[in-house]
Design a protein around this ligand. Structure first.
Ligand SMILES: [Fe+2]
Length: 453
């Protein structure tokens, strides 16, 4: 499965019957459910008071060459309270595209028409009282905790271009920092939103061409944009490819560093070796340097299938000497891994611990990893061999950085249903303290957050 997954990521055309993204737990579900009386094995910590939200693609009408990154967004919610699992529910994001295909009434849209309207299928955050389903391209959608889509969201009319799925919420100030990239010029914009949810700054940033910029880095004082060699090729859409992006050896890989409060394009660009990063773990200032921990691939989205690149990504530390214009790198963990997360309280600030999902195995994903970046030690939380983990989402419950629980939506191929695994982050290699049986399948998706209350 892993080799096929890599083929998909590299845009290798696959015969429809072989498309792994329509099979097993990559395949979509066809119903919206609300399930109660969920079986629990173990004890749900009573401190977990809120709803785990998880987003991912769930295409209503997948095409034979369907790509995992596209398709109608679907939110999954698991509500925990007083040591009980009260409810699981799933709902599609109510876009106009979904309405055209299903008749499900679309949520109100803004007046902004973008080249890509967005399906809100990548991530979900809660900021300043707004729960936002975030897209790769396009505007976000605001939801409530019942997963009803309330409206397309544009920060009171201030956002008229795409929003990334990976904004950063400063763990100390509560500010929301994000960028948006687009397939047509201007290719990149940077935005600041204060802790109360008001957009205070937008900066247009010059790029030589359109690229896929999935994520970025933010420290207490600076932001880092990743201009990497996966470039936009709109002609791929005409060729029937669902993802208009391709690796380009001619595109110089660069990191762009800018003051976090800059009000004009004052980015300092530093060339780096070609690579691709979907997700930094976290980043912080270290004196004048920037420490940026990333899950790094050698190459993705290549036109030709080349098995030597068909390997997962490693966790790497980049030390950016901004004054000297250099970036040094060191491997932190050489296990194949993705979906790195930290305690949200240390986002944009120095972190000691990081968590990630193991990539590989028959089902595509395996157990979970906890990295202690002070000692260099990594711990492994094993999951049964017939199961595949999901993104590890850390929920703090005490003052120490690793005092809390990891929540991960796990697929069990034996029951063909999914389960919520709750793991004590300080007893990481021990069995899950609780497993909530969801009695339905949550397709492999991307990202989520725990919304308290
Ligand atoms: Fe992502």
């Amino acid at each position: 499965m892993t080799a096929k997954l890599n083929d998909m990521v590299q845009n290798k055309p696959l015969l429809p019957a072989d498309n792994p993204i329509l099979k097993g737990n990559f395949g979509p579900v066809d119903k919206e459910l609300t399930l109660t009386a969920l079986e629990v094995i173990g004890t749900i910590p009573p401190q977990l008071e809120g709803t785990l939200l998880r987003n991912g693609p769930n295409p209503v009408d997948p095409q034979p060459n369907h790509h995992w990154f596209v398709g109608d967004g679907m939110l999954h919610g698991i509500k925990l309270s007083a040591g009980k699992a009260l409810e699981y529910r799933n709902r599609w994001v109510r876009t106009t595209s979904l309405e055209e295909k299903t008749g499900l009434t679309a949520a109100p849209v803004t007046g902004t028409e973008l080249l890509v309207q967005g399906s809100g299928n990548v991530h979900v955050i809660s900021h300043a009282g707004h729960i936002l389903a975030l897209p790769e391209l396009g505007l976000p959608y605001e939801l409530n905790l019942a997963l009803d889509t309330e409206r397309q969201y544009d920060f009171d009319g201030e956002l008229t271009s795409s929003m990334t799925a990976h904004p950063k919420i400063d763990g100390e100030t509560g500010e929301l920092l994000f960028f948006g990239y687009d397939l047509v010029a201007p290719f990149l914009r940077y935005h600041q939103v204060d802790a109360a949810g008001t957009m205070t700054n937008t900066v247009e940033i010059d790029l030589p061409e359109g690229i896929m910029m999935h994520d970025f880095a933010v420290t207490a004082t600076r932001v880092v944009f990743m201009d990497l060699p996966v470039v936009a090729k709109l002609e791929l859409i005409d060729q029937g490819m669902p993802m208009p992006f391709q690796w380009d050896d001619n595109h110089q890989a660069r990191l762009g560093i800018m003051d976090r409060n800059a009000t004009s394009d004052t980015v300092k660009w530093i060339d780096i070796e070609p690579c691709y990063v979907f997700h930094p773990l976290n980043s912080y200032d270290d004196g004048d340097n920037i420490i940026m921990d990333v899950v790094k691939y050698r190459k993705v989205f290549t036109a030709l299938s080349d098995s030597k690149y068909a390997k997962g990504a490693k966790l790497e530390r980049w030390t950016i000497d901004v004054a000297a214009g250099t970036v040094s790198s060191a491997i932190l963990s050489d296990r194949d891994q993705e979906f790195p997360r930290v305690d949200p309280r240390v986002e944009c600030h120095r972190h000691r611990y990081g968590y990630a999902l193991e990539v590989g195995g028959e089902l595509g994903f395996g157990g979970l990893l906890k990295h202690d970046l002070d000692t260099g030690n990594s711990q492994y939380h094993a999951i049964d061999s017939n199961c595949a983990g999901g993104e590890p989402i850390f929920v703090p419950t005490g003052p120490a950085e690793d005092c809390g629980y990891i929540l991960s939506v796990v697929y069990n191929s034996g029951t063909q249903c999914s389960e919520l695994h709750i793991i004590d982050a300080q007893q990481f290699e021990a069995e899950a303290v609780a497993i909530v049986k969801l009695n339905t399948r949550v397709p492999f998706g991307f990202h989520g957050n725990f919304v308290e209350g």
